[in-house]
Design a binder for this molecule. Structure first.
Ligand SMILES: *Cc1c(COP(=O)(O)O)cnc(C)c1O
Length: 405
C-alpha cells in the first residue's frame, strides 16, 4: 500500500467514521476487463454474482461495464432492477425457494434457472413456452471446505447429472424450452482442471436439448488472500477453456453463448475494511488488539477460517510485533492469531485486505451494533455509498405492543 492510498483511506475514515468498508472502482474495472478478455469466444456474457457485494452503486458500475447479474433471491432481483438492469440481463439462480417466489421472478421477466425436477414440472405445467435454464449438479468435489463446495454428491444444489433422463422426459412432456444449461461447482476451486471436467459433463447434457443457446459455467474462481496462495490464473484458464468450448461449438455446428457468474473474482481484492484500535491489552502470554468491530461486521475469518491480510495504516513503518487481533463482540471473535503487524497503538487504524466479497453483505446487527458505512473511490474521488446504520434503523422493525407483563 503506497502513501497516497493510505492517505485516501485515512481521509475516508475521518469523513465517514470507523469501521468502514471502502471499495476501489478501478480495481473492479480491471478485474472485469481481465476476466472478459481471457475468453476468446464469439459470444461471452458475465452475470456478476451480486451476493458478493450488493451495493446499488457497485451494481450500477457492473451495468456500465456491460455485465449482467446473477441473483439468488427475489430481493437481489429487485435490487438489480432498481440499479437499472433490464430483466433480460438478470439470471435468477435460487435454491429451495417457494413457488410464490418463482412466480414473482417470472412476472418480473428475469431468466429463471431451475434447480429441481418438481419446479421443472411446475414450470412446464403453468408456464409453457417460458425459456428456462436448468442447473445441473455434476458431482465434482471442488475445493476443500464443505461449506463452500456445492458440486459434490451430497450437495443440495442443482439437478443431479444422473437425473438428466428425467429432465428429458419432463421437458418433452411439457414441451419446455430449455434455453440454458448451468453448472456452478462452488467457490474456491483449487484446480482449474475441474472446470474442464465439468465442461465435458455439461456438454453431454447440452447435446440432449436442441433448444439450448446458453451454457453457463457459474463460478468458483479463486483469488489470493495472501502471498503465495493458489489462485485462478484467468488468462491461461480462459485460453484453455475457450479452446474446449469452441471445439464443442464446432462439433455441434452452432454458436452457444458462454456464460460465467463470478462474484469473488470481481470484487474481493477491490475492497478494504478499516477498523480502529480501541484497546491494546498485554496478557502474560500475548498481546490482544481489540478493535471497534467484530464478527457482526466482518465474519469471514470466524465463519470460514479465512485469512485476511492486516496492515497498520497509522504506523506502517513501525517495529513489527506479534498480535492477536480480536473484535468487541461478546463471544470469541478472532480476526487473526499470532499475526505480525507493525506496532499497534490505541487509536491506530487497521486495514483488512480482500474485504470486497462476502464481507459487507454478511454483516449483521449482533450485539445490537449498527452495520458499517460503505465508501467508493472512483477516479480519485471519495463517495459515501451506504451510510452507517443508527440505533433508529435497528429499532425500525420492532413492533411495540401493549401487553401488561
Ligand atoms: C455464489 C454464487 C456465485 C459466485 O461465486 P464466487 O465464488 O463468489 O465467484 C456464482 N453463481 C452462483 C449460482 C452462486 O450461488
Amino acid at each position: 500500500m503506497d502513501n497516497k492510498q493510505i492517505t485516501n483511506l485515512q481521509k475516508a475514515v475521518r469523513e465517514f467514521g470507523s469501521p468502514l468498508y471502502i471499495y476501489d472502482a478501478s480495481k473492479i474495472q480491471e478485474n472485469y476487463k481481465q476476466f472478459t478478455e481471457a475468453f476468446k469466444v464469439e459470444k461471452l456474457k458475465v452475470h456478476y454474482a451480486c451476493k458478493a457485494l450488493n451495493n446499488l452503486t457497485i451494481l450500477r458500475l457492473f451495468k456500465a461495464m456491460g455485465s449482467g447479474l446473477d441473483c439468488v433471491s427475489i430481493q437481489e432481483v429487485q435490487l438489480g432492477l432498481t440499479a437499472g438492469f433490464s430483466p433480460d440481463d438478470i439470471l435468477f439462480t435460487p435454491n429451495n425457494i417457494s413457488t410464490e417466489e418463482y412466480e414473482e421472478a417470472i412476472k418480473l421477466g428475469v431468466k429463471i434457472n431451475v434447480d429441481n425436477l418438481i419446479t421443472l414440472e411446475y414450470v412446464g405445467m403453468n408456464h409453457p413456452n417460458l425459456p428456462v435454464y436448468i442447473r445441473v449438479n455434476p458431482h465434482l468435489m471442488a475445493g476443500g471446505n464443505q461449506k463452500i463446495s456445492v458440486g459434490h454428491i451430497d450437495s443440495k444444489f442443482g439437478i443431479s447429472i444422473h437425473q438428466i433422463p428425467h429432465v428429458e422426459r419432463i421437458a418433452k412432456k411439457f414441451n419446455i424450452n430449455v434455453m440454458g444449461v448451468h453448472v456452478h461447482t462452488g467457490s474456491d476451486i483449487l484446480d482449474p482442471e475441474i472446470f474442464i471436467k465439468a465442461a465435458e459433463l455439461v456438454f453431454s447434457v447440452v447435446e440432449k436439448f436442441d433448444s439450448v443457446t446458453h451454457i453457463d459455467f457459474g463460478s468458483g474462481f479463486k483469488v489470493a488472500y495472501k502471498e503465495g496462495d493458489l489462485h485462478t490464473d484467468i488468462s491461461s484458464f480462459g485460453k484453455k477453456f475457450s479452446q474446449s468450448f469452441n471445439d464443442f461449438c464446432e462439433k455441434q455446428k452452432r454458436q452457444y453463448t458462454l456464460e460465467f457468474e463470478p462474484g469473488k473474482y470481481m470484487v474481493s481484492n477491490a475492497g478494504y475494511f478499516v477498523a480502529r484500535t480501541n484497546v491494546v491489552k498485554q496478557t502474560t502470554s500475548c498481546t490482544f488488539i481489540g478493535l471497534d468491530t467484530g464478527f457482526n461486521h466482518f465474519i469471514r475469518p470466524m465463519f470460514y477460517n479465512a485469512h485476511h491480510e492486516i496492515e497498520n495504516i497509522s504506523n506502517p513503518t513501525g517495529d513489527k510485533k506479534i498480535y492477536n487481533v480480536v473484535g468487541y463482540v461478546c463471544e470469541t471473535d478472532s480476526f487473526a492469531l499470532d499475526r505480525i503487524i507493525p506496532e499497534v497503538r490505541k487509536g491506530d487504524l487497521l486495514l483488512f485486505r480482500n474485504a470486497g466479497a462476502y464481507c459487507a453483505t454478511m454483516a449483521s446487527n449482533y450485539n445490537s451494533r449498527p452495520r458499517p458505512a460503505e465508501a467508493l473511490i472512483h477516479e480519485g474521488k471519495l463517495h459515501l455509498i451506504r451510510r452507517r446504520e443508527t440505533l433508529e434503523d435497528i429499532l425500525a422493525t420492532q413492533v411495540e405492543v401493549e401487553i401488561e407483563f
